[in-house]
Design a protein around this ligand. Sequence first.
Ligand code: SF4
Length: 462
Amino acid sequence: MMNDKFKDECGIMGVYLKNKELNSSSYVYYGLYALQHRGQESAGISVNKDGKIVTHKETGLVSDAFKGNVLKQLKGNIGIGHVRYSTSGEDGVTNAQPLTVNHSVGQIALAHNGNLINDSALRNMLEDSGVVFQTTIDTEVMVNILARGLRHGMIEAIQRMVEIIKGAYALVITVGDKLVGVRDPYGLRPLCIGKKDEDYFLASESCALDAIGAELLRDVEPGEIVVIDENGLTSYGQNNWVKKKACIFELIYFARPDSVMDETSVYAARHEAGKILAKESPVEADVVIGVPDSGIAAAIGYAEASGIPYGVGLIKNKYIGRTFIQPNQKLREEGVRIKLNPLKETIKDKRVIIIDDSIVRGTTSKRLIAILKQAGAKEVHFRVTSPPVSHTCHFGIDTPRRKYLIGAKKTQEEIREILGADSLAYISLEGLNQSVGGKTTFCRACFDGEYPMEVPILNAND
Ligand code: SF4
């Protein structure tokens, strides 16, 4: 079955323990565990002891990739880790991260979340100069460019790489005695800094810092390079800083609700979006329910603002992993409900408002409405905490081609009819903006087509 949600990118984690006798691998492991929602296809950890790097990576969940004694064998006070959802290149262990290269100045390990839009051009250029690639992922392009610049020193090598690569990226790198974090000049992909005593941590989301008992210090700024070594943390700005355009979809859907990103609480933003939706698009009803997990906070907000009681209306099976075999069309028609099952006690004979984070293709929303009606709902009113998705993301989020985005092709009334809802309303762009505190520092290109940088020209249907 084709995906009907935007797909997470990847999660990255970096650890620097001041005491060189300690091992970073357990911290990386528990950090990755907290970031598992960002990628379930592979997991990997590289540890660095005195410049010597050892890596272990496997396909599957973090708990599958690091079984038995594997963690104990990864020794080193500096560690980086990665959980992958494939946005570029095929999946499989060859494309798992971190990637390592040997260079005359030492070994480098790098893990990346994001997507380069000039990957093909750079790959061709490197191949023309004799580079043989082992993987199909853009991360290998970055590692090669980085390695080429290392004779100028590490900071200059990273600055040179940032000048050349275009797109969205958050990186954790270890080389020599250092842990390095880099965020692209728009800050499209998230990366934050944590601290516990004299130890430093880098993570895609602050929930990973909570998991290991570290305190959130701040975000890595757009275009910033942070270098952590025995002298603590040093920040290097970038000449090509443009302006902050962090991905707003992190707050709408990707991130865990207990994370704080770009100084914005994910839970609070979703809750506020629900309140705003209630004001923008009220409707008479008996109960408000949310689609787990990202619709729950918004449903509570909608209920509070409207005075209509909140109810648990859909129960999610939490144990569906990446190898889950989707039921075929016949089974779906017969009503198998494996991922989400309606709670009849909440729904039967009620006018139901259901809150979801987005409508991408529309297939899941249509199915949800049908199962609520099968469960006895008298009316179903669909409310969405993002505006219609009408453009493809080029920055590391797996989006269907534009011709499959229902919001790009149909009017709101046409979509309502296709979904079978009694009413349909999306939050406005202005309302979404308010829900994240009125900041204009977010990319919203999948809604308004205003990409923060030049993107590849696609044909009308892409
Ligand atoms: S286009 Fe949408 S999904 Fe992609 S970075 Fe921008 S806001 Fe995020």
